[in-house]
Design a protein around this ligand. Structure first.
Ligand code: SF4
Length: 83
């Protein structure tokens, strides 16, 4: 994920590396917000200082769609593939 901190002089390599102390990599989970880690979401430590290649609203929507799909498949099983 491309993250650039406004006002900082960063190379592209530096801008792409970010480590958050609240991130639980096993669950892809934010321990601070007790929710999925979606950098830049409301309450995230990155706040309004970061600019993302994909807007946070779009990533939040995609994450919710993924969760709906996972819940559907948990209840009803995988959808049949169409050839
Ligand atoms: S949502 Fe923000 S504060 Fe939470 S783990 Fe992800 S980057 Fe860190």
């Amino acid at each position: 994920m491309l993250i650039k901190v406004l006002g900082a002089e960063l190379t592209d390599d530096e801008a792409m590396s970010f480590s958050c102390p609240h991130f639980d990599p096993d669950q892809d989970y934010c321990r601070l917000l007790k929710n999925d880690c979606v950098p830049g979401r409301p309450g995230c430590v990155l706040g309004s200082k970061a600019v993302f290649a994909v807007p946070v609203e779009e990533r939040l929507r995609e994450r919710e769609e993924e969760k709906c799909q996972q819940e559907f498949e948990r209840v009803y099983g995988p959808r049949p593939r169409q050839n």
